[in-house]
Design a protein around this ligand. Structure first.
Ligand SMILES: [Zn+2]
Length: 313
């Protein structure tokens, strides 16, 4: 008779690769973290970044006592699933084949994917959206990212960009109504939602609306201030319009919020009211959920991706 895996037996690892730090986490069969560590991201060269990642994979595999432990990497930017080429402006892996190159060094299953997509997978599989089939993950952090899962699997795409909704252009009606600035986005386009509704975007909104460059953290912490209330009201109008756009494109059962802004108290309530104002008449609003795994969800999703790929091979 077969026995289920002990919950703490290591099965996969996730690496959260950010512009400033690399966080490596080992996960057990219950997909809870066993151990983790952080190291600064080397930005001097692609070779230095590869060497640092190789070091982390070796550490994770030593901790697990498993030479071919599957490892997933969640990173900002786009990862082309066919070629492995990554497009990440703030990493020295831009235009490189990160996961194939790392796999050449360490062997075994190594896969890289967009961090918001990893977050969405994590929340779909045993997370806040575990009881939903069609799940959109919306990461509101330094940038705005997203991902789409159907029945616990990420929906793949030609360029790996399904869910990159931060780069839609803002509504002309809202731009005119609130006299909003058209700012250049990190992607090179002008007037993307990301420029006004990400964490830095909320600060841009504060500058435009009340002439004060307040951080998203301070706005969220002082919502009794009339200026901050004005910023939040316009932010919610914009974010509600973006959620309406998501509904038109993928009609999800639920939207799971992630990123630093998801920590603002009652953000889900603000968004629900804003969606009701923006959505088509009689459209049923998807459930708007807070994440179950917080900041570590992206890392968990990367590990899940690697485990599933390993099991299919
Ligand atoms: Zn953009």
């Amino acid at each position: 008779m077969a026995h289920a895996s002990p919950p703490h037996r290591p099965v996969a690892a996730g690496i959260d690769l950010g512009g400033t730090k690399i966080e490596a986490t080992l996960f057990g069969a219950d997909l809870l973290a066993i151990t983790a560590r952080r190291t600064p991201t080397p930005n001097a060269s692609y070779g230095a970044l590869l060497a640092a990642l190789e070091h982390e994979v070796q550490w994770l595999r030593r901790q697990a006592g498993c030479e071919d432990l599957p490892v997933g990497i969640g990173m900002p930017g786009l990862v082309d699933a066919q070629t492995g080429v990554t497009f990440a402006a703030n990493l020295s892996a831009n235009g490189q084949r990160l996961s194939p190159d790392l796999r050449d060094r360490v062997g075994g299953t190594v896969v890289a994917a967009n961090d918001s997509q990893c977050f969405t997978l994590s929340e779909s599989c045993g997370g806040a959206a575990r009881n939903h089939r069609r799940v959109f993950g919306l990461a509101l952090g330094t940038g705005v990212g997203g991902g789409l899962c159907q029945d616990g699997r990420l929906v793949p795409g030609l360029n790996g960009m399904a869910g990159e909704i931060g780069h839609y252009g803002i509504s002309a009606l809202l731009a005119r109504t609130h006299d909003l600035p058209l700012l250049t986005c990190g992607c090179g386009r002008v007037g993307c939602y990301e420029t006004l509704i990400s964490g830095t975007g909320m600060a841009n909104l504060a500058t435009a609306l009340i002439g004060a460059p307040r951080t998203a953290r301070s706005i969220g912490a002082h919502l009794d201030d009339p200026g901050n209330q004005r910023v939040m009201a316009v932010w919610a109008d914009l974010a509600g319009e973006l959620l309406h756009t998501i509904m038109l494109h993928v009609d999800p059962d639920c939207i799971v919020l992630g990123g630093g802004l998801s920590n603002i108290p009652d953000l889900d309530t603000y968004l629900a009211a804003a969606v009701d104002r923006a959505a088509l008449p009689r459209a049923r609003r998807p459930e708007i959920l807070k994440p179950a795994f917080g900041d570590s969800s992206g890392c968990r999703g990367a590990a899940l991706l690697a485990r599933d790929l390993h099991n299919r091979m």
